[in-house]
Design a protein around this ligand. Structure first.
Ligand code: AVJ
Ligand code: FE
Length: 430
């Protein structure tokens, strides 16, 4: 990726804000301030939090300007108040929050105009601005997940994704040997993606596509949820306690499976990747199928390693920025695309849909790479290292391209499934 210029940075800030506006203007004030699930913040919290982070980093730190609303910092500090408690805080109301984020943005753009992008490491390559773009886009994905949890009539719409291709099935063999994981050179890569380091990955097989609803329904029909042999001890305990019996948002209608998606009720599309499953469900499915989840390194090697040159690229298809032909990203569609829908996005070894559609659970815990250095703040990544998290890779239909690449790392608790999470399987060579 070449170093972004100021026009591109401003355009990326704009694009993120247009998405935030779409997600928050779609509902009324009552809906914005209400909590739709104790797992999520009220949408109006995400809105002002996005502005507050932008104020902290771009206006105060990069710009060296006076605070706009220091008095509200504590309300929007994610470490001070758990999501479930946020509705009880004296938050900015929707009109105040909109005014606040607009005011911050005006100042941030003024800072962008005046700043020299070669003066401090924080702004080299436009990093601080890129970090804020990615932060807003990540909260937009979180807000999209909140939309999926709200009840009531649909308020979002988008065209359906492109059709699938049944020929995309089976596994690809990824040869053993070293590859470069992570990056030193991507100007907007976050600290947890650095540094680049060589990992020797033994040969393995990986599914060419994420696990589909058809395959997952077969696991359910085979009694997968009722047989502890397929589940880890923790997974089984969680399955029992939470009463898991199908992916989140699925329900039975006679003999068929239905799901509720952004307010629409429809039959489950069997050729789509399964979404809204937790790590423990993914693990159980894999064991039932005689497979396992890929490690994070396996996933990244499958996504980035180019057998022709031995180099690691930015995406499965190369270094070119994702276009609509490559991957289902950016909320362009409000669903994962059917298996096989993106032949142009496949890797040289024939692995499809690694980027976009659904976040993919890996078996790896959340950790820093060898030589990790906090940049610029520990509360983004480092404080979660070693905690009860599993790494997810590849982004979903709700992930913006600005916050998605072959090196991008996400993480969550293994019981979480309100995120757009699915998986694919891998196995050792027989
Ligand atoms: C990387 C998605 C786990 O939402 O908790 C947003 C991203 N960090 N604001 C999260 C994030 C701070 C983070 N995840
Ligand atoms: Fe945040």
């Amino acid at each position: 990726m070449t170093t972004p210029d100021k026009d591109l940075i401003a355009a990326e800030l704009d694009r993120a804000r247009a998405r935030t506006a779409l997600l928050t203007d779609a509902v009324d004030d009552d809906d914005l301030t209400r909590q739709h699930s104790t797992l999520m913040s009220p949408l109006v919290w995400d809105l002002a939090h996005v502005g507050n982070q932008e104020e902290l980093w771009l206006v105060r730190d990069v710009g060296g300007r006076q605070p706009i609303r220091q008095d509200i910092d504590h309300l929007y500090d994610a470490f001070k108040h758990a999501r479930r408690d946020r509705p009880t805080l004296p938050l900015l109301d929707p009109a105040e929050a909109r005014r606040y984020v607009a005011q911050v943005r005006d100042k941030a753009l003024d800072v962008l105009d005046r700043v020299r992008l070669d003066e401090r490491p924080l702004v080299a390559g436009g990093f601080a601005f890129g970090m804020i773009v990615q932060h807003e886009q990540q909260h937009d994905e979180t807000m999209l997940a909140t939309h999926q949890l709200r009840s009531g009539a649909p308020v979002l719409s988008a065209p359906p994704p492109p059709p699938g291709d049944r020929r995309v099935r089976g596994e690809a063999l990824i040869p053993g040997g070293p590859f470069t994981m992570g990056t030193d050179t991507d100007p907007w890569a976050l600290d947890n993606e650095r540094p680049a380091h060589v990992v020797d990955v033994p040969a393995f097989l990986i599914d060419v596509a994420p696990v589909s609803n058809a395959a997952y329904a077969a696991f359910i029909d085979a009694g997968g949820y009722d047989d502890p042999r397929f589940w880890s001890e923790r997974g089984w305990a969680h399955r029992q306690e939470a009463g898991l019996a199908a992916p989140m948002h699925w329900f039975r209608d006679g003999d068929s499976w239905m799901y509720r998606r952004f307010g629409h009720v429809e039959p489950v599309r069997m050729d789509e990747p399964v979404v809204h499953v937790c790590y423990f469900e993914a693990e159980a499915y894999a064991r039932w199928a005689g497979k396992r989840l890929p490690t994070e390194a396996e996933w990244e090697k499958a996504a980035r390693w180019d057998p022709a040159t031995g180099r690691s690229r930015r995406y499965p298809w190369g270094d070119e920025a994702p276009g609509p032909e490559h991957a289902n990203l950016g909320q362009r569609h409000l669903a994962p695309a059917p298996v096989g829908a993106y032949p142009a996005g496949a890797s040289p070894l024939g692995v499809h849909q690694l980027i976009g559609d659904v976040w993919e659970w890996t078996s790896t815990g959340w950790h820093g790479y060898p030589g990790f250095r906090v940049f610029p703040y520990a509360e983004y990544s480092e404080v979660f290292f070693g905690g009860d998290y599993r790494v997810l890779r590849g982004g979903s239909f709700g992930t913006d391209p600005a916050a998605c690449r072959g090196t991008f790392r996400n993480w969550d608790h293994p019981i979480r499934r309100q995120i757009f999470s699915g998986f694919r399987c891998a196995r050792d060579l027989p």
